[in-house]
Design a binder for this molecule. Structure first.
Ligand code: OAD
Length: 288
């Protein structure tokens, strides 16, 4: 899908005209679809439309904590397919990395659990995994923490999940189910998410941070509290959206200053890198 190139030029102009301006990115599954990871809500290709084989009462049950307590199997089947390590970052992920290398990155807030931001070389201090990741696990009953391998070895085990011998990861202290620290529906987001966003909001509200550019990308803005972030951005700060469709607050409460690019994320990354003179640097990452 070809978007409006003028919008990307405006994003680039803002960054060139304000050499100290930083970028905050709010991203979702749409930045990883080109890596071969399906998003959730796109018609036909989205995960929630393709879960019928799991016999779920409703699609989002696969990430629902109450459902998981009764029946962890669908999540295991999905985790096997989506486990990080099998995918390479997209052009857009590398563009975010370039913002870091060029000293223009304030933060990335990601809803994704694929850890491709880290894979692309973005440092931990810049990335907030709002919906957690597979990097660690906890017991859903007593909250005991377990390392990554505890769950990983289960889904990698040669035993078929459908086999009677298959055992779900269980807590050695209380026998509860152990699950990755991915935020399910019915669970709280990490404290770090709220704290960092509070600080970044203060920064954007200050004189020094008022030239910040917020780029919302590859998300349907359907899941709260993440979906409310664009609403909270101070009016002085420019918001932009890079997505196949106009979503969330950009649709319901558009601002005159909003920069909305409706099109493919990697195409936007290519145009923006070219406008900023980073084309070769971006290509180098892709070639490696
Ligand atoms: P969604 O699947 O809801 O939205 C993805 C958005 O990206 C859609 O608006 C697509 O149009 C857009 N998109 C897809 N491919 C694109 C491309 N190549 N270029 C541009 N845009 C593209 O995914 P999220 O908003 O990330 O939660 O979903 C939010 C949360 O819902 C997820 O974190 C997950 C899910 O339930 C948990 O797992 C807890």
């Amino acid at each position: 899908t070809k978007g409006n190139t003028d919008v990307i030029r405006k994003i680039s102009s803002h960054l060139k005209a304000n050499p100290k301006a930083k970028v905050i990115l709010l991203v979702g599954a749409g930045i990883s679809t080109s890596c071969g990871i399906p998003d959730f809500r796109s018609p036909k290709t989205g995960l929630y439309h393709n879960l019928s084989k799991l016999n779920l009462p409703f699609a989002e049950a696969v990430f629902d904590i109450e459902f998981f307590e009764d029946n962890p199997k669908p999540f295991y089947l999905l985790a096997k397919e989506l486990y990080p390590g099998n995918f390479k970052p997209s052009k857009f992920h590398y563009l975010m990395r370039l913002f870091q290398d060029e000293g223009r990155l304030q933060r990335i807030y990601t809803q994704n659990i694929d850890t491709l931001e880290r894979e692309a070389g973005t440092k931990e201090e810049y990335v907030i995994e709002a919906h957690g990741s597979f990097a660690s696990n906890h017991c859903i009953d007593c909250d005991k923490q377990f390392p990554m391998e505890y769950f990983k070895t289960k889904i990698e085990s040669s035993l078929d999940i459908n086999s009677k011998k298959f055992e779900f990861a269980k807590c050695d202290k209380c026998g509860g189910l152990v699950k990755p620290n991915i935020v399910f529906f019915g669970e709280d987001l990490p404290v770090k998410f709220f704290e960092t966003w509070d600080n970044d909001l203060k920064w954007m509200g200050s004189a020094k941070g008022s030239d910040t550019l917020v780029i919302v990308a590859g998300t349907s803005l359907a899941v709260y509290p993440f979906a409310s972030l664009p609403t909270e951005i101070p009016k002085k700060v420019t918001r932009s959206l890079v997505n196949l469709e106009t979503v969330g607050d950009f649709k319901t409460n558009p601002r005159n200053s909003d920069l909305v690019y409706c099109g493919d994320i990697d195409e936007a990354a290519t145009i923006l890198a070219t406008e900023l003179g980073w084309e070769n640097k971006l290509d180098k990452f892709i070639e490696e």
